[in-house]
Write a protein that binds this ligand. Structure first.
Ligand SMILES: *Cc1c(COP(=O)(O)O)cnc(C)c1O
Length: 419
């Protein structure tokens, strides 16, 4: 990375460098698999991943042929019933987990509820659950709700302090953290925190919303007990796509779903009033899965066919490093919140006192990123469909918006409901 670069580079030098990097990373370029509108540089794939040809076609097929023609027969003929496990297995490969340990179907919020609730109950007699005060709010809300319901104490400890908090302790049931901070992009050490939790007799649950599909998550390698993650961010499953839950194989037999629904039953069509949990990860299911959403997600995941996540991660690190190199090279003097070393996910967050207006001005130029409270310009670099040439073009737009004070225009000050 160009931490030390202080001399501005000419745009021509940066353009040549972009071409060189794009050639070096050609094997992970999946731009043609995606349907981005002309003139848009999409830096928000970490909020809503772009539509792919395969996701569009899979959705159309699920609607027209499966729903339209097969009707109720599609539950068997198009394997709707087993889709949560089938798509879960594909995601398992991306996050370093074995087949049979991941299932999709509910939102991240509901999946996290199931994971945190069941994990905390696997450590009876322990009273504390740790989570990050700076987590995405739903994570704090859900964890607090579970603690209230189970009579546990929620302790807000930054992931950077978690190992020290766990060291020598005997009161923690569960440490629940995001692998990548949604706001700053910081990548936390999943293996180190998990191992500290285990040494203290606790379990570890990981939220992979900002790491699945772009980081070598390594759930098994890192010893993670539980995990959840989002389907509509880097995985590009579409708005409201189902999320996933991972339960480590050694915990599945003891996993008690806090929402006992008929889809998690051993024999759902026996229509029995007794609840007998299914063997395997199926017990993490709840009710009828969102079939159309799963179809879109399953189509979207084919963008990863033939790719190794390690190569996607290398491309991601190169794109984000090059963006910081462009900031330095073009003399864009905004504080970079995201770590410049490799402890980052696939985003670069910058601070600007008028961050909201800066984002609006960028969007008006076709560079779509997002704003996060209080002063963060958050730019996500979805590696499969962004090039180093896009990165440079985005940086040039940012320079023009900031240096030309374009963000001061009145039209960029009004906030919409979704920022
Ligand atoms: C995006 C995100 C969520 C979203 O949860 P939903 O239930 O899909 O609304 C939750 N947690 C984190 C860390 C996220 O980044």
């Amino acid at each position: 990375m160009s931490d030390t670069a202080t001399t501005p580079s000419s745009p021509d030098t940066l353009r040549a460098r972009a071409a060189e990097l794009d050639a070096a990373h050609a094997s992970t370029d999946r731009r043609d698999a995606f349907l981005l509108p002309e003139g848009v540089i999409y830096l928000d794939g970490n909020s809503l991943g772009a539509l792919s040809v395969a996701a569009r076609d899979a959705t159309a097929n699920a609607v027209s042929r499966q729903w339209g023609e097969q009707l109720i027969r599609a539950w068997n003929e198009s394997s709707w019933w087993s889709a949560p496990e089938r798509v879960g297995d594909r995601i398992a490969e991306l996050v370093g987990a074995p087949a049979g340990s991941v299932v999709v179907g509910d939102s991240t919020t509901v999946s996290l509820y199931k994971a945190v609730h069941s994990a905390a109950r696997l450590r009876p007699g322990r009273s504390v659950v740790l989570t990050d005060p700076d987590s995405f709010p739903t994570d704090v809300h859900v964890t607090r709700g579970v603690c209230d319901q189970l009579g546990l104490t929620l302790e807000l400890v930054s992931p950077g302090d978690a190992v020290a908090r766990l060291d020598g302790s005997d009161d923690v049931a569960l440490a629940s953290y995001s692998q990548v901070d949604y706001r700053t992009g910081e990548l936390w050490d999943l293996a180190a925190i998990t191992s500290a939790a285990h040494d203290a007799g606790a379990l570890a649950c990981w939220d992979l919303c900002h790491s699945a599909g772009v980081v070598e998550v390594g759930l098994t390698a890192g010893g993670a007990d539980f995990a959840v993650g989002c389907g509509y961010k880097y995985l590009s499953g579409g708005p409201g796509a189902p999320a996933f839950i991972f339960v480590a194989p050694e915990h599945i037999a003891a996993f008690t779903n806090p929402i006992l629904g008929w889809n998690g039953h051993a024999t759902p069509f026996a229509m029995s009033p007794e609840h007998v949990p299914a063997d395997g990860i199926t017990r993490a299911r709840v009710g009828t899965p969102p079939v159309l959403g799963i179809a879109a997600l399953e189509g979207a995941l084919t963008a990863y066919d033939g790719l190794d996540v390690a190569d996607v991660r290398r491309r991601s690190l190169s794109l984000t490093a090059f963006f910081v190199e462009c900031l330095d090279g073009l003399g864009i003097d905004l504080p970079v919140v995201t770590p410049r070393d490799e402890s980052r996910g696939s985003q670069v967050s910058l601070r600007h006192p008028d961050a909201y207006a800066v984002v609006q001005a960028l969007i008006a130029r076709g560079v779509i990123g997002d704003f996060r409270e209080p002063d963060i310009v958050r730019l996500g670099f979805a590696p499969l469909y962004l090039s180093h040439a896009d990165v440079l073009a985005a940086a040039v737009h940012l320079r023009d918006v900031v240096d030309g004070r374009e963000f001061e225009r009145a039209e960029f000050a009004t906030r919409a409901a979704v920022t």
